[in-house]
Design a protein around this ligand. Sequence first.
Ligand code: FAD
Length: 344
Amino acid sequence: MSTEQSNEQMPDWSGYRGVLVFIEQRSGTAKKVSWQLLGAGKKLADKLEVPLMAFVIGDQVGHLADEAIYYGADRVFLCQGPELQDYRTRPYSRITLKLIEEHKPEICLFGATGTGRDLAGAIATHLPTGLTADTTELDVEPHPSRLLLASRPAFSEKMMATILCKQYRPQMATARAGVFQALPRDPERQGEIILIPNPTAGEQIATEVVNFIEQTGTVNLEEAEIIVSGGRGLGGVEPFRLLKELADELGGQVGASRACVDAGWIAHEHQVGQTGYTVRPKLYFAIGISGAVQHTVGMAGSDVIIAINKDENAPIFQFAHYGIVGDLFQIVPAITAEVKKRKA
Ligand code: FAD
């Protein structure tokens, strides 16, 4: 697609400038996807030669405004109040809408989480503008078109579609956790923090969060720092116990290839890959996993990958920083025992 083609009959959007990222948090802790989106947003902002902006909504979340600057934001809008402690569509969307109307960013990015999807959807509908959900690639055409090229798998993941929003602003997209890379955190980085009022303060909001109960024992691969994943090489349900033991010792979580999920050995919430979760942990174990592209696309961005496979030619070794050729039933218990010994 050329700039000429995408420039056809576009309205004058010169009043809209800048990239805006939603910093999603719960109880004062940001979702990793927020920092990853700042990484993606920075590339877009640099290419468009505009500031990277972020916004944080919540109660006592000022530290997250600082963090957003450390992760690449030039300007952070901060809206705080006890009534904003828990996410509710109406106040959060009203604050965001006012922010967008006043500051007119040309691009807005949200995590494709439950909250991000709800907020982005409410805003896009209200403005109205276009929203590309679950993007896996983001780019921009340079000036003058300045179009966001939001790409995502389409037609049962068989092809990539690049979606443009020519007739409305801002251009909006959500992205799944783990797809984009955060910039290194730089606590020396300086930026501007702008406090903004809550336009719904004092208003009676129809929804009320009575209680928030964190489910214990549930899997959250997107936030995990260590993932111990197993594949068909495990041969059944029972050997996942070995992986769980190692994961528990390391403070990590158990992942799996689709082969294991399809076989009914483990639930889909553990699946890593194209039709599962995209993850970027600090440490990823691929145990008895061959390394099919549909799996590696979901874990290749991990900081350190350790592969254990009895086939020295398994493709997974091309992605691994450390490879161990051998039988997982001997190697995994040996690693767990060594970890236990060192912790003792
Ligand atoms: P296999 O390819 O069978 O590999 C098993 C490995 O275990 C082998 O390399 C073998 O050498 C090794 N092994 C066996 N015994 C031992 C032992 N005792 N010790 C050590 N190693 C041993 N896959 C995903 O994972 N995630 C997805 O999201 C996903 N999405 C898909 C979407 C589509 C549209 C399609 C078509 C496929 C998708 N797949 C996905 C499936 C993917 O193509 C592969 O079939 C799958 O990843 C294979 O899983 P595996 O590596 O566990 O099994």
